[in-house]
Design a binder for this molecule. Structure first.
Ligand SMILES: [Zn+2]
Length: 599
């Protein structure tokens, strides 16, 4: 809001106090009184609409630049304060205690450079373009004052360093620190005893170490603790990240790390109550280290074993994890929820048939899948959103303009009281903020629309995918970095794959909210057939006999799967011989009414 139209020139007052003590004392009041006195003496009107004060914001760190002073600077830079506005401050140190160079930028470039006349009430000095041009020594005085303000704060910092030295000696002498920030969450402060005591979380921490000793990994410990009814301090589930940190936290051994006044770290023994003994702690560390440096772990991190990581999911919806055994000779997939029974489908171990999955990619009718139909629907939706946002934006901008108009009209009539001004200013602020938000949303929608319109057609997508997979199948499959790249591309493609049953043979494809189906058949060694529907099986040349054979195999696999846990030894290099039908898929297959004869 502009305030140019007042009869008497306007002065703004900026007040800053950095601590609660200064507020309670005479800090803000004293600064306000001095400003009013100056205005009376110099024929200015003290601005009552825009109240600038920062409480508890340090000028040493520059935090006050994010507060009221920052707001004032912005208004000044955009010429919103009228011609040659006056800023009243108690002393230069109210404006900045930063390093001299930064302070000069704030005060000189920011304020004086934008045409603001800065008046320091303490010594009645004016710093502005005019006064500095007339008397260059003013600049020198300003720099000296800035330097002094910074030095003063630095000395304060040193004083708190001296305080720390005293506290440090006390802690070293055995005095306990009751501040909640200085103790772990599993301890409370016992005021009567003058020492720490265990709280409800202690048992959780101890249980965490027990579970670790039993060989559970961080995530599994978190799940187990949650299952046993433990929560984190916020009352929600215990995560692997939490247990990982706990298992490293030497405060369970009673140790406290402390920094001496020179900045060196040392360890105090026996500062906290010991809740885990050293032997157990070390055993848990050793187990964690062993897991981190296990040979398989390193290899896995070197190459992407599961090419479909992040894309392929179990029928239950959880990701399928990759497990290799015998040095990678046997590759299996296992639902992430298998071991702790979160998997509702319990599909057990699946053979990781990478080639078949890739070939299914080749055969999928992507041109139909990335159909234009849904895209036009999405386009219509986005266009609708854009229209709504534009209407909203216009309304919000109008609202801000109206409030501003009212303010200047009342100002001209001399009827703008402080309450009305505050209310109008708040309306303008709110409406402007809302409009900014709308603008950002509008930009997002525009970008989405742009992306949609420049998206290749289903046919182009299909060609792209086929070319990419073909090239990868031809010579990229063994190269770790190629695998990494392929997996990244797959994730970005936006396609999700979900098994429909116990076999990789039956997949659902998902892109956005659309689903497609795919079926992959291993028709003998090196031959994979894939299509979208099981009904096509007959067309593809699979006979009723094939189906019977396959059903027999499924039965056998089921029995094997009942012996949960160990991956089954692969008898033949090719596990999936012919069309695989299971669960829902079997029912579908049964509907194939008249299978054609065997080729
Ligand atoms: Zn599952």
């Amino acid at each position: 809001m502009t305030v140019e139209s007042l009869a008497a020139p306007v002065a703004f007052s900026y007040q800053r106090v950095s601590s609660g003590q200064q507020v309670v004392g005479h800090g803000l009041d004293r600064q306000a009184d001095a400003a009013a006195l100056w205005c009376a003496a110099n024929g200015h009107q003290l601005d009552q609409q825009l109240a600038f004060s920062d409480r508890g914001r340090s000028a040493y760190s520059g935090r006050h630049l994010k507060g009221a002073l920052g707001h004032f600077l912005e208004l000044a830079q955009f010429g919103q304060l009228g011609p040659s506005p006056v800023l009243l401050v108690e002393a230069i140190d109210r404006l900045s205690r930063q390093e001299p160079l930064d302070a000069i930028e704030t005060i000189l470039s920011g304020l004086v450079g934008s045409g603001v006349r800065v008046i320091t009430l303490e010594d009645q000095q004016e710093y502005s373009r005019v006064t500095i041009a007339a008397d260059a020594s003013k600049l020198l005085v300003l720099v000296v004052k800035i330097q002094a303000a910074h030095e003063f704060s630095k000395r304060n910092g040193m004083r708190s360093k001296a305080n720390w030295a005293k506290r440090y000696e006390a802690i070293k002498a055995g005095q306990k620190d009751p501040s909640p920030r200085c103790r772990p969450f599993w301890l409370d402060w016992d005021g009567a005893a003058g020492d720490f005591k265990s709280n409800a979380s202690t048992a959780m921490v101890q249980r965490c170490f027990q579970l670790s000793e039993q060989g559970l990994g961080h995530a599994a410990i978190g799940r187990q603790l949650t299952a046993e009814g433990f929560t984190n301090t916020a009352g929600s589930t215990v995560t692997g990240a939490t247990t990982g940190l706990l298992l490293k936290d030497r405060r369970v051994l009673g140790e406290r790390e402390i920094t001496d006044p020179d900045g060196n770290t040392e360890t105090l023994q026996g500062y906290f109550p010991v809740i885990v003994n050293l032997g157990q702690f070390d055993r848990c560390r050793a187990l964690a280290t062993a897991r981190d440096t296990a040979p398989g772990r390193d290899r896995n991190s070197m190459r992407v074993r599961n090419l479909f990581a992040g894309v392929l999911r179990c029928p239950c919806g959880l990701p399928l994890g990759h497990r290799a055994s015998h040095g990678g000779r046997y590759e299996k997939l296992l639902c992430q929820g298998h071991l702790d029974l979160r998997c509702a489908e319990q599909v057990g171990w699946l053979n990781y048939d990478e080639e078949a999955l890739l070939l299914s990619f080749m055969a999928q009718r992507w041109d139909k899948f990335f159909s234009v139909k849904a895209d036009t629907r999405q386009q219509r939706e986005l266009e609708g959103q854009r229209l709504t946002l534009r209407t909203t934006l216009a309304k919000q901008q109008q609202q801000a303009a109206n409030a501003e108009g009212n303010a200047s009209r009342l100002l001209l009539d001399g009827q703008l009281g402080k309450d009305t001004a505050d209310m109008l200013a708040s309306t303008v602020r709110k409406a402007t903020a809302a409009a900014d938000q709308t603008k950002r949303q509008l930009l997002k929608v525009d970008a989405a629309l742009q992306a949609l319109l420049s998206k290749p057609s289903g046919k182009q997508m299909g060609e792209q995918i086929k070319t990419k997979v073909k090239a990868f199948l031809a010579d990229g499959r063994q190269d770790p970095s190629e695998r990494q790249r392929f997996n990244g591309w797959l994730r970005n493609l936006g396609v999700r794959m979900r098994l429909q049953g116990r076999h990789l043979s039956c997949l659902s494809w998902q892109e956005g909210d659309r689903w497609g189906e795919a079926h992959v058949y291993r028709a003998g060694a090196g031959k994979v057939v894939s299509d979208e529907t099981l009904a096509d099986m007959a067309v593809l040349g699979f006979s009723e006999v094939d189906r019977e054979v396959r059903l027999g195999e499924i039965k056998a696999e089921k029995q094997m799967a009942a012996k949960v846990g160990r991956p089954r030894r692969q008898a033949k290099p090719v596990a999936h011989s012919v069309g695989m039908l299971q669960g829902k898929a079997v029912k579908n297959a049964a509907q194939v009414s008249s299978p054609t004869s065997s080729p």
